[in-house]
Write a protein that binds this ligand. Sequence first.
Ligand SMILES: Nc1nc2c(ncn2[C@@H]2O[C@H](COP(=O)(O)OP(=O)(O)O)[C@@H](O)[C@H]2O)c(=O)[nH]1
Ligand SMILES: [Mg+2]
Length: 255
Amino acid sequence: MNDGGQRRYGPLGRALVIIPTYNEAENIKPIVSRVRAAVPDAHVLVADDNSPDGTGKTADEIAASDDQVHVLHRKGKEGLGAAYLAGFRWGIEHGYGVLVEMDADGSHQPEELPRLLTALKGADLVLGSRWVPGGRVVNWPKHREVLSRGGSTYSRVLLGVPIRDVTGGFRAFRAETLEGLGLEDVASQGYCFQVDLARRAVEAGYNVVEVPITFVERELGDSKMSRDIVVEALWRVTAWGVGSRANKLLGRKPS
Ligand SMILES: Nc1nc2c(ncn2[C@@H]2O[C@H](COP(=O)(O)OP(=O)(O)O)[C@@H](O)[C@H]2O)c(=O)[nH]1
Ligand SMILES: [Mg+2]
């Protein structure tokens, strides 16, 4: 995975910050303005799943007065993974060279984006990380921290992926990296979507770099975290781990 910095990386193209939203009416305006101020050259794509609270309409109003802001309206709530896949496709079709994942609720601080983008100059994929030295969480309930740390450790050990924060969702991809991940068959929907992409990147031999971030718990609106999302992550990660071990034992290539 790590090439010791020997490889030469091409220049970064235009960046698109993709913000998936479901009922983020109170958060959408402030977060978009913070992104525009922090990285003025970047464009923003709000991927809204027809939020009943009118987030999509507010996003349209922002886009109407700012030609660097775009909105992807999706027909209904289909999960974070599906919204990102649609956003990536849109971004690649429109020629962006860098695709960024970022939550709408302020947990991922737009002011940290320049550091992620700088790191991407020498990497294929940059992960904002809560669990490397210098990374931290603010106001996060203890049970969420235990779940997140536990989920990362479980995934790291079972999948053999040398990443401290495998479930985080503040990430910057080069477009070529995304194109090399075989996204056509990604079925994971909730937070294990993030584990899925990280393990694909490591297996494909990409240089994945973790950059410390400060993750701040949302102040407005509600989390969409649910039991189903945790259960999905648990069974998928376990199935991937068992599958890859069986493949190794049988001398087969990873599927
Ligand atoms: N488009 C879309 N966005 C979603 C969906 N579920 C969550 N999100 C967004 O994904 C981001 C992270 O979700 P959040 O509820 O804050 O999760 P938490 O931080 O793990 O508690 C937020 O911007 C949500 O609005 C979904 O089904 N569709
Ligand atoms: Mg959140």
